[in-house]
Design a protein around this ligand. Structure first.
Ligand SMILES: [Zn+2]
Length: 104
């Protein structure tokens, strides 16, 4: 009986931890969007990605596309975005990493 109860509590704990992690991810993402400092924005996005990896949370596609996975620079301010043959090509101006995303 006690074992069963402990199991239920641990599921609740996990749900709570996931909710807190998602809140933190969204908070860090909006912080990275609102700051004028590129170094701070990179730091926020790096922490955000680390939380998502640790908690096994897949970031929303619109967030994943918004920054460089290599150096965490927000694409809006540091990158060149081109469209070619139905593929979005995002080149990070900060570290030079190139990402290709099929365009739908
Ligand atoms: Zn980069």
């Amino acid at each position: 009986m006690t074992g069963n109860r402990r199991k239920i509590r641990s599921v609740r704990d996990k749900e709570l931890a996931m909710r807190i992690a998602r809140d933190r991810i969204m908070g860090l993402y909006s912080l990275s969007c609102s700051t004028d400092r590129a170094d701070l924005a990179r730091r926020y996005l790096e922490i955000m990605q680390r939380i998502s990896e640790r908690m096994d949370i897949t970031l929303p596609r619109e967030i994943k596309r918004m920054y460089c996975k290599k150096c965490f620079s927000p694409h809006s301010r540091e990158s060149t975005i081109r469209l070619k043959n139905g593929i979005i090509i995002i080149e990070c101006r900060h570290c030079g990493a190139v990402r290709r995303i099929p365009y739908r």
